[in-house]
Design a protein around this ligand. Sequence first.
Ligand SMILES: Nc1ncnc2c1ncn2[C@@H]1O[C@H](COP(=O)(O)OP(=O)(O)OP(=O)(O)O)[C@@H](O)[C@H]1O
Ligand SMILES: [Mg+2]
Length: 309
Amino acid sequence: MISVEIKNLSKVFESRFGRTKVQALNNVSLNVRSGTIYGLLGPNGAGKTTLIKILLGSVYPTSGSARILNEDIANYKIRAKIGYLPENHKFPPFLTGEGVLRLFAELKGVNGKDINNKIDELLDLVGMLKWKKVKVKKYSKGMMQRLGLAQALVNNPQLIFLDEPTDGIDPIGRKEIRDILINLKNEGKTVFLNSHLLSEVELVCDRIAMLDKGNLIREGTVEDLTTSKQIYSLKLEKELSPGLLNAEIFHTGDATYQIKVNDTAELNSIIDVIRAHGINIISLNPKKTSLEDSFISIIEDSNKLTQKK
Ligand SMILES: Nc1ncnc2c1ncn2[C@@H]1O[C@H](COP(=O)(O)OP(=O)(O)OP(=O)(O)O)[C@@H](O)[C@H]1O
Ligand SMILES: [Mg+2]
């Protein structure tokens, strides 16, 4: 089953009188399967928040369509089954943590005698139970994020949109949030996560989309996206003369290089050239490419292509 289906979605923001235009999304299509954690990655201004806002109906797309939980996004009733943690959210500072959750529960039409238990359960889930009676103006940024996550879960949503959920949270807190997301997935819920913290995303997401300047440049599993190029660290007996190799090779230290290759055949042909020039190889080590490495190289490649156009 598919929980989010996006087809050819574009968004152009125009200033008044159309003087400036920003293409925030350009013909983006993707699907999110139910019961998975999906990560949307991209540098600042890539269009991640715009995409979530379109799915939640607070920004209108310029063209294209999208469905969530098998309903068109124009059907506002579907939002009752959705949880949302906005980017840079703020809560009324005079409310306590408990008060915030009660307010959002009531706004979302959640009521009944179980509400107090639900509030405690959610505060406990995000590690904030002991701060229940404290006003949110005393909360740190990380505590606000935790409360924001609890708020997103108050209506027991099937599909949860989280815009930079670990923003401002320390490493232990981030691990706790990851565990919460995995638990939500194990309960059969679908999580759609915006982030620029790549190391985070690769630890929890089943699939990932990479956005850059509104364009979907890659989509796949973490494995698909990290194994596109292999990176090796190469130490030689002496420096290579410039232009000797026609390859992606970067000088990283004294006669030490990093090479990026598509496959081992390319690696071997590079070694052949080096050896043919009588240069000895001291060491050659494969480096595991993290999602971060591959993200940077994919964004760089995509920028090179746009510059050539
Ligand atoms: N309401 C708006 N009016 C005009 N331009 C906008 C509006 N909202 C977003 N933009 C522009 O659209 C582009 C995408 O912005 P968006 O906030 O979606 O990016 P993002 O990927 O969430 O970035 P970040 O990582 O910084 O949160 C940016 O160039 C931004 O300036
Ligand atoms: Mg954003």
